[in-house]
Every structure is written in C-alpha cells, then in structure tokens.
Design a protein around this ligand. Structure first.
Ligand code: MN
Length: 200
C-alpha cells in the first residue's frame, strides 16, 4: 500500500503562481487516482509491501503483467509526492542559498544560466512529462522524463522537479506553459532541494 502524503500546505497557499482550483484537482483527483491505481495493480503481490522508490529503482524485477501499471501509476504517485515537497507557500518563499546554490553555480556557471536551461527543458518536454534537476555519477544535470517516468529508474537522484502535464497549469495558464514555468520559480522550496542534494 502506498499512502498519498499530505500536501503540506493549503490549496490556496501557492497563489497567484499556482492557483487553488488547479491544486485541488491536481492533488485531490490526479494524484489520488495514481495512488489508487498503483495500489490496485500491486494488490496481492509482494510489491504491495515494498517501498515505492525501491520498486521504481528496480523495474527489471517487476512481472510483465503489472509492469506498465507500476511505471505509469507508481511513477505518477511518487512523482507527485516529490513535486509537492519541492513547493513552498508564496509567503514563505526564500531565494536559493547555501550548498545547493554553490553546487548549481559551479555546474551551470550562474543561477540565471541554470534557470534558463531548466526552463528550456521544461518548455520543450514534448507532450506530457516532467523536467528534473537530478544528481548522478556526473554530478548535477537537467533531464526530462515522459509521461510518469522516474529518474530513479535510470539511476538518478531527483533534487527538483516541475510537472509540465497540461493538468498542472492549463486552468490558469491555458497553452502558455512558459508563463507557468516562470511562475514556478516563485514557489520552489530551495531548502528542500538542498536537503535532497545533501541526503542521498
Ligand atoms: Mn501532475
């Protein structure tokens, strides 16, 4: 059983950057459905008791008949849980600082250059997917995953993510994905990103 974690803030806490109506549907319908469908798929198997991160790190151990459901719904469940933790209420936002700032500046030359590359990646995800800052063998990198693909499945440690499925922004931003990406930078929880960077 995978349990959907608490959102951690009120539905209107990310206004005006991420609107209340979108967040209610996104957390309460989309994310909830991924969790339910994942649990349904693994019910009665050994995977119902395993850690979802471990499952996604070891996709080659999943039986063929439930593999696609695990990738899609298990990925959807964990990706969204991770996404919410990357966000912070508008009123509590703090600029990037500390070790994660130093690491980003070392890798990307400047924070502005990182922001440009991350935003470009998010804007150019074709169809539905996610753009990530991850840590791998070569240090920090920006990657994209399609649908509900997880960086864990390719051996990367996720540090930051943006959901660029249309359900994440269409109610407020319509087809203007770049505006949503720009607004996202006002609600990134950099302390959490730094924790992700330091703990694994
Ligand atoms: Mn989503």
């Amino acid at each position: 059983m995978y349990e959907q974690p608490e959102l951690g803030f009120e539905f209107d806490a990310l206004e005006p950057h991420m609107d209340e109506a979108t967040l209610k549907v996104h957390y309460g319908k989309h994310h909830t459905t991924y969790v339910k469908k994942f649990n349904d798929a693994v019910e009665g198997t050994e995977f119902s008791e395993k850690d979802l991160g471990e499952i996604l790190r070891n996709l080659d151990t999943i039986p063929q008949d439930i593999k696609l459901a695990v990738i899609n719904h298990g990925g959807g469940a964990l990706n969204h849980s991770f996404f919410w933790r990357c966000l912070i209420p508008t009123k509590e936002f703090k600029e990037i600082d500390g070790k994660i700032k130093a690491a980003i500046e070392e890798k990307f030359k400047s924070f502005e250059e990182f922001k440009k590359q991350f935003s470009d990646a998010a804007a150019t995800v074709f169809g539905s997917g996610w753009a990530w800052l991850v840590k791998g063998e070569d240090g920090l990198e920006i990657i994209k995953t399609s649908n509900q693909g997880s960086p864990l499945s390719i051996g990367k440690v996720p540090l930051l993510v943006i959901d660029v499925w249309e359900h994440a922004y269409y109610l407020k931003y319509k087809n203007l994905r770049p505006d949503y990406i720009e607004a996202f930078f006002n609600i990134i929880n950099w302390e959490q990103v730094e924790k992700n960077f330091l703990t694994e």
